[in-house]
Design a binder for this molecule. Structure first.
Ligand SMILES: NC(=O)C1=CN([C@@H]2O[C@H](COP(=O)(O)OP(=O)(O)OC[C@H]3O[C@@H](n4cnc5c(N)ncnc54)[C@H](OP(=O)(O)O)[C@@H]3O)[C@@H](O)[C@H]2O)[C@@H](O)CC1
Ligand SMILES: [K+]
Length: 526
């Protein structure tokens, strides 16, 4: 799913009205009806007090449309206009008149000196105070109103975006924003819903399709994409009947040290399970027996040192190298990495201590082949790019870093983000069960194994992160978050692939009808 910027939403809004030959007021009606339908479907006429708080812009206009339809359907509605400015928009004013025509009185105006209305904990708040037009901090009294919402404990439904929240910045104070239970976002979700600093402002979100011009939606390139099944399906490369193991490349995993050979095993097993034709592990001598005995499919090259890697030399010709898992940061290993990078031309995926060694000697970054994939967790990222002020600053720094060195950065987190220059891909799979030892090694193996079989580094990163998360989502179903381990995530990688082609289950009624038809046919043929 494309995530449009505010500017693109305004552009799409204008273009849609023009191409569909409708007024912006009609588009506002369409958007408002979508929200009304969402509520009506769930509330079925229940007489719960609904407090609709509208600003004076188009977000407020959306709120007025919802309020009018709720009133027309017999709901118990209180409509307020939060009068923070005189600059009411045209479409707001249109709907302001329409609601007056419906109720025969104007909505209640709330200004800086007015008392706020009483809101019960079982009431519903519709928050249409500010939308994406917020361009400065809200006045103190408006912030106090937001606090009033929060203290009431009423279910809060935000229109488009929680009021006070920006799509591209972290608020100076958490209290400046409405804390929503649910947000109904128009046409596209928002990057801020996926970043730890700002995701907390809405417990859940949903996108409402307000019928933007299809051509605009298809043709417009966005700086951020949300990656789900629809986005990865076109990436998948079906296998040719006459293919053989050589077709799917040779992945070399370089890593492991005394006490951390498991990391190399996890990455190597993942590379093979995701479909690499051949996998070789390059490990210190102490890794030979554990790998041979636990993972017979792998080939092994050992370093001359017993406990750490000291000299990265091999005679094989790998398609791709995954480097760094469990590797340690011994001086000899750092030197070996430097020597290796000066001559290496093979595509790389670098994780863990591989990243830590690069952070200690940033000159090495220039030696990395173009589109090398780095997969840092937050602490490793900080060592690499320095501290950041907030999540948006982090993204700015990662983009600059990616551009400077021509690298792909996979920022691991609740929503893993893959960054290549100015483009961000947000992954939608995965769960808190992944916060366990070794899952990062599995991801390294997965991305390496995908590059081995011919996926380019960007496709392998985006697809790999998706499959890794999906595999965890499948594994966790039988285990729960606590018991799931990295090995379980490897074991269900095949199911993650199969899931790509699973049809959604038909609605139950339809399935039962079909079953009934089958039985009827059978009895007729008897
Ligand atoms: N066709 C449709 O129906 C569609 C409707 N959409 C809906 O429109 C919404 C955007 O509407 P919007 O541009 O009118 O801005 P909105 O957020 O309502 O703010 C109103 C105005 O307030 C002002 N202002 C800003 N900050 C302020 C502050 N701190 N304190 C005081 N004033 C402040 C600022 O004006 P200024 O004073 O700067 O001139 C701003 O313009 C969007 O979120 C969605 O709900 C779209 O999704 C597309 C389809
Ligand atoms: K809002």
């Amino acid at each position: 799913m494309k995530i449009f910027s505010d500017k693109q939403i305004y552009e799409g809004d204008k273009l849609t009205a023009k191409k569909q030959n409708i007024t912006s007021t009609e588009l506002m009606e369409r958007a408002g009806i979508q929200i009304f339908n969402w509520l009506h479907l769930r509330m079925q006429g229940a007489q719960v007090p609904i407090h609709v708080f509208c600003g004076i812009g188009n977000n407020g206009g959306n709120g007025l449309v919802v309020a009018r339809h709720l009133i027309n359907h017999g709901y118990h509605v209180n409509t307020y206009v939060v009068n923070f400015s005189d600059k009411r928009t045209r479409d707001f004013l249109c709907n302001y008149d329409l609601i007056k025509q419906t109720t025969k009185k104007w909505p209640t105006l709330i200004g800086p000196d007015d008392d706020f209305p009483e809101i019960g904990p079982d009431d519903i708040i519709i928050d249409a105070v500010f939308g994406i037009g917020l361009n400065r901090p809200a006045d103190d009294w408006v912030v106090n109103l937001f606090q009033h919402f929060k203290v009431s404990k009423a279910f809060t439904l935000s229109v488009d975006i929680p009021s006070g929240m920006k799509t591209d910045a972290v608020p100076a104070d958490d209290n400046n924003v409405v804390w929503a239970n649910h947000t109904l976002s128009f046409q596209s979700t928002k990057l801020a819903f996926f970043l730890p600093d700002t995701a907390k402002f809405t417990e859940q979100w949903e996108v409402l399709d307000i019928g933007f011009d299809r051509e605009y939606l298809i043709k417009t390139q966005t700086a951020v994409d949300l990656i789900g099944k629809q986005e990865v399906l076109p990436i998948y490369k079906p296998r040719d009947k006459f293919s053989h193991k050589g077709t799917f490349g040779h992945a070399l995993i370089i890593g492991g040290s005394y006490g951390k050979i498991g990391a190399a095993i996890l990455a190597s097993r993942s590379a093979l399970s995701i479909g690499a034709g051949l996998v070789t592990a390059f490990v210190p001598k102490c890794g030979y027996i554990p790998i041979q005995s636990s993972f017979p499919e792998a080939m092994i090259i050992t370093d001359e040192q017993e406990e750490w890697i000291s000299n990265i030399q091999f005679t094989i010709t790998p398609t791709v190298i995954g480097l760094g898992v469990g590797m340690g940061t011994e001086k000899a290993t750092a030197e070996a990495l430097q020597v290796f990078l000066t001559t290496n031309k093979t595509p790389l995926v670098i994780d863990a201590d591989g990243i830590n060694l690069l952070s200690k000697n940033k000159d090495l970054l220039k030696l990395l082949p173009q589109n090398t994939v780095l997969t840092p967790h937050p602490k490793e990222l900080e060592r690499l790019i320095g501290v950041w002020k907030d999540d948006f600053d982090k993204l700015k720094k990662v983009k600059a870093f990616s551009k400077k060195y021509h690298l792909i950065v996979v920022i691991k987190g609740a929503y893993t983000l893959t960054v290549l220059e100015d483009k961000i891909y947000i992954n939608s799979t995965g769960n808190p069960g992944l916060a366990t030892a070794g899952t990062g090694d599995v991801l390294t193996g997965v991305i390496t194994g995908l590059i081995a079989q011919g996926y380019d580094s960007l496709a392998a990163s985006v697809f790999g992160v998706y499959l890794h998360g999906k595999s965890a989502d499948i594994a966790v179903q039988g285990l729960g978050y606590e018991a799931m381990t990295a090995t379980h995530v490897i074991d269900t990688l095949g199911d993650a692939y199969l899931n790509l082609f699973e049809q959604p289950e038909p609605p139950k009624v339809e399935a039962e009808e079909k079953e009934g038809e089958k039985k009827e046919k059978k009895s007729k043929t008897k």
